[in-house]
Each structure stands twice: as structure tokens, then as C-alpha cells.
Design a protein around this ligand. Sequence first.
Ligand code: GLY
Length: 567
Amino acid sequence: MKHTKNRLLRHFLLILCLGCVFSCKTTDEPITGLITEHAMVVSAHPLASEVGKQILQNGGNAVDAAIAVHMALAVVYPEAGNIGGGGFFVIRQNDGSNYSLDFRERGPLLAHRDMYLDEDGEVIDRKSIKGHLAAGVPGAVDGMVKAYERFGSLSWEMLIQPAVELAEKGFVLTQGEADKFNRTADNFREYSTVNPLHFTGKDWKENDTLVQTQLANTLKLIRDQGRDGFYKGQTATYIVEEMQRGEGIISYEDLEKYESTWREPLTGTYKEYKVITMGPPSSGGIIILQMLGIMEDREVSNVGDSYADYIHLKTEMERRIYADRATYMADADFYPVPVNELLDKNYLSQRFQTFNPNRATPSDEVGAGKILSMSEETTHFSIIDPEGNAVACTTTLNGGMGSSVVVDGAGFILNNEMDDFSIKPGHPNMFGVLGGEANQIEPGKRMLSSMTPTILEKDGQLFMVVGTPGGSTIPTSVFQAIVNVVEFGMGMQQAVNEPRLHSQWQPEVISYEKGGLDEQIKSLLEEKGHHFNERSGIGRVDAILVLPDGRLEAGADPRGMDEAFGF
Ligand code: GLY
């Protein structure tokens, strides 16, 4: 069932947003997302959500649908959907058991701490962001295979075939998608060793069909051979040959040795809610649990001047917690991340002792980070199946279109995840976040992430599935979606639509969405000493809320083409 009326409403809201009148912090009419009885898929692309819904209607479970949606996004949403990148699954089965799967990329075996520095120790511009050296060893295909081996119920072929067909037969582009391919064509020409004509070969227009024949062939190898269809044989050869032509370092050994890993999910409580989220190598779960932990004992409100107090509190939490991120967070297989200490209630209250309700705390002890205008493309999808099993998946190439390297012959885009390492202590990555030695580059290590796929329980029952793209803004966007529902009483769609704000210690600013912050609230915050930075949309949250009567409400972010399908 497609909720056309709601879709129109959301698109109307998006137009309002683009028209700079998105000042609807509190809208008069509650906005409701698609509501279904049994199952829901919310993703960044309608075709991927449709694939997920069909898998569920054919009797597949939430993990089956997640695998099929992940693969479909690799075709229809190539700026972030991927087989050349990596991500995380957080899974909650209907018996309450929960799991997290880490299929984050890893540093190649030839990677080393100073690989992006020149002989004077200075960072070489763009080297960790574009081209072959920017790519970590992809984890997505191994992750899908691992998830399937544990939870899959339909045949593997059934899960991969929809993506094969979308790549082989093609799909029709919207004007926005056509513009995106035209905008990124020069990067593909510059950084791929063989011009990927399926992306760059024409000036794209609305209603053109994008066919990806090489990618279809790679997906067929994955469909027929599973893991070996990517990490061995023809695809591995294409990847290594691409590396050799482009002076990259991913080797046959890297591909052979790559393994995704089941990890204990990070869990915590907030009032009557249990939060199930992603631990290291993501910082995201720690960040939202720290924020919720500090906020738990405080009254917050989104009404009138109190909204300014809430934003002040939120910003001051973010300032301190992102400083923790820079120092303590990394791949826990390589660095002893003090997770329990960071989440300890005493630590958090001590950390917040310097909070002044009337003044912003300056955070200029460390050189300011700088947010670059690189797009923060990652993608998130949320799924609940008719049995009540749930998957939150966030997956990424890092920047939009990753490294801009398309593997010739295999037709997929390689990530630029190496930039999520701290390439030099104190040097900001493309999201402006700083890192230290904990997150320095090491062979086989996973670069620190902010991705925060999260599932909430209320009184022991499934309550919400949530996540978003957005680089360093991911944890704070997930935090706001949760708080909008559990503290401010919004439904899922309204919680997703609300304007977002973000800050992260350095640079010392509150970023807000264009048209998304009332001038009076801004003045109140300026009086407390806060600085501001206006920017386009922050995050694209795709989430599902279980309503009190057991039905499901989707929140599909109107900032993108995101769409919910269910039944
Ligand atoms: N590449 C974005 C993240 O993992 O946080």
C-alpha cells in the first residue's frame, strides 16, 4: 500500500523547506507517515523499499529483506548504496534477542599511519578522499553473506536477483538523479582509470534509463557464488587490476582475509526505554547513550523559550561528547575504547559539571576543525517484518560516490572510507571531526564511524527502528528523532520532518537547516554565547515506530527521495 496523500504532504513540506520557510519547529497539523498493519520498509529509494516489501510479502523475514534492499540500493542509489563499501546491521528478533553485524571496511595490509602525509608531515590534499588510495577493503558483500548464513530464510538467489534485474534492465531517473550524475561525472573521469561510460557517457535528463551491465554481471557472480563471487575469481581480479592501474594498495590477500564480525550490540536504558545500538568501531552508539544519559535527569521542552534551553543543553552535551570521541573512540579490536567508563553515570555527571545553563562553554583549547562542503552520503534503512523482527542498517561509501573510482569490468564504486581514520592527529576529516592516536591508520583496522543504526524497546516490546546518513551529524540526528518521539510526543513522520540542529565541539558552531531555526530562539542562544552556521539538510532519517495498537508508522525523510512501503 502506498500512501499517496502522505507522500504529497511530505513533498509539499520538502518544497517549503527548499523555499526557506521551513520554520515549522512545531507544526499545527500533526504529520503522519504511512501506517501499516504488519510490515514496513523505509529506505532512501522507492525502488529499494519496493524490493524489500516484495521479499516480505513472499515470506522473507526482516534480514532477508535487508539483504535485498542493501543490494538494490547498490544499484539505484549508487552515491551511498554499495557493494564497494561497508556498514552495520543492528537486529532485534521478536524473542527480544539482539545482534549487531560489523561489515565496516578495513585498512589494507599495506596501509600505514602516515600514508596521506608528504615528506614534511603535511596532509596531502584530497589523497584520503578521492582516488584509489582512499579506499578501504570493502565489507558489504561479506556482511550480507554472514547475515544470510545466520538468519536467511528464502534462497540467496531470490535476495540478489532483484538487484541484478535493476542493474541489467535499468531504472528511470528523476531530474534530481540525472543532475547528480551530471554533477559527479568529472570526478569519475578524473579518478577512475577507465572512464565509466555508464555513468559519464551522456548528459543525463529526467526519464532517461540508467543501465549498469558490468554491475549486473558482478551481482550475478555474487548471486551464483556468494562471497567468492566478490572476494575471489573474476571480481577480485578486476579490483586488483584497478588498484594496480591507479597505484592503490588493496591486494588479493586483503580481499581473501576480509571478514565481517558479529559483535555484542551496545545497549543502555533511557527512562523506560532500552536502546540497542552499534558499538565500536562506531562512535554513534556511545554518543547517543552519553547524550541520553546526561539528559535523563533533566526536564526538556520544545515549547517557547524552553526550546532554546533544550538546544543549549543539547549543544553543550555535544561539545563535550565529541571531544571524547576525538580522544577515546576507535576500532576496539586495536585500541582499548573505555566504553563502560564513557557511559558511567558518575563520569557523565562529572563531565557535565562545567555546564552553565546561561552561557556557552568555549571549546577553543584545540585548533578549530573545518567542515568541508563534501556531501555526507551514507544511507540508512529500517525494516520490520510481519513476525516483529527488526533490522536497522546504515551503510556507506563515505562521501557521495565514495572515492569516485569505478572498478573497471566490475562496474561498482569504491568507498573513500580511509578518510574516517585520523590521517594526522588534530587534522579534521571531511566532516570536520578531529581524531587522535586511537583512530590512527593501521593495517586491518576499521576506521572510526559515526553510523548509528538503533532499535528501541519500550517495556520490553519493540518500539522504534531508526538511523540516518550524515557523517558526524548521524548520532545527533538519531538522538533528535528519538527525543522528538519520547519526550515531545511526536509521531514518527513528524519527528523525522522536524528541523535538525547539530554541533560537535569543533568547529564551535551550531549548524541549523536553512529556514529551520526561529529567529527569536536563535537570539536567545546567541545571548548565551552560541555561534551559528546555516546549511542545507542535516541527515535523512528513515525510521519506523510501533504505535500503541501495534500498527507501524513510517518516518521517511522528505529531505530525500526516501519512501516507505508496507502492508
Ligand atoms: N563514513 C561515515 C561514517 O562511517 O561515519
